[in-house]
Design a protein around this ligand. Structure first.
Ligand code: KIV
Length: 271
């Protein structure tokens, strides 16, 4: 099994130093149970705003609230000791002004103990990234398919397929690197564009539906476990059918309860 030999939590500079040396492994976690299991296996855990869809059954990530981000991130930080923890800033919590972004980012960082934050940041938001980085907040800039722009995009659409879209993506990458982002997350980006951005970047790129040339990959944990419901993107490889395991175990339980086969008290507590 691919565990690492770390004995303390990976820091942001250590994550950045992995570029060109070792591929970076990442998964999402929103709960203590998943975070504990993946902590020794991954380099960073993303407390994604996909919590809104995967954890709460909402139709998009737009409804994620700041207090929810704080609660889930704190649960993940408190349940882990090895992986770097990065929290995703929810829609509406950083786009209004530099000051609003700083206030909310500082609150998440200070009240959860996470290591860094992720913003969906095109060129227009690069000045916000610069403002935050200058004030001590490490930022991963998410470009390409940005789910918080779902209404503007008219759906979830791969990016970088046309020459204009590829040029816009390269400009988004450059602007965020110039602003001081410690990493770029490339979601739904055409392979040659993701490859070119990775080669031109001195900071690690993390792909999700992008290119194996990226410096690492992040996936939504539930998607690779067969718990992603109807939202699993086509590029995700399913490594297990945990949904089926849960179904079979719960069906056995239901049968036993209906048969009256409850454990006696001394079986539960060893009395
Ligand atoms: O919210 C999330 O889980 C994400 C990943 C899909 C990259 O942003």
């Amino acid at each position: 099994m691919s565990t690492h030999t770390r004995t303390s939590r990976l820091t942001v500079p250590q994550l950045v130093a992995m570029k060109g040396r070792q591929k970076i492994v990442s998964l999402t976690a929103y709960s203590s149970a998943i975070a504990q299991v993946i902590d020794p296996l991954v380099d960073f855990i993303l407390v994604g705003d996909s919590t809104a869809m995967v954890g709460y059954g909402r139709p998009s990530t737009l409804g994620m609230r700041l207090d929810e981000t704080i609660a889930h991130t704190r649960a993940v930080v408190d349940s882990t000791r090895l992986a770097c923890v990065i929290a995703d800033m929810p829609f509406g919590s950083y786009q209004e002004s530099h000051e609003q972004a700083f206030r909310n980012c500082a609150q998440v960082l200070a009240s959860t103990g996470c290591d860094a934050l992720k913003l969906e940041a095109n060129q227009a938001l690069a000045s916000t990234v610069e403002f935050l980085v200058a004030r001590g907040i490490p930022i991963m800039a998410h470009i390409g398919l940005m789910p918080q722009f779902v209404n503007a995009m008219g759906g979830y659409k791969a990016q970088g397929l046309s020459p204009d879209s590829a040029a816009a993506l390269r400009a988004d990458a450059q602007a965020n690197l110039h602003a001081g982002a410690f990493s770029l997350l490339l979601e739904g980006v055409a392979e040659p564009v993701a490859r070119a951005i990775t080669q031109a970047s001195h900071k690690p790129t993390i792909g999700i539906g992008a290119s194996p040339a990226c410096d690492g990959q992040v996936l939504v944990t539930e998607d690779l476990l067969g718990l992603g419901g109807d939202h699993v993107p086509r590029f995700v490889k399913q490594y297990a059918d945990v949904g089926q395991v849960i179904r079979e175990a719960c069906a056995r339980y239901a049968d036993e309860v209906r048969d009256g086969a409850f454990p006696a008290l001394h079986h539960c507590y060893g009395a």
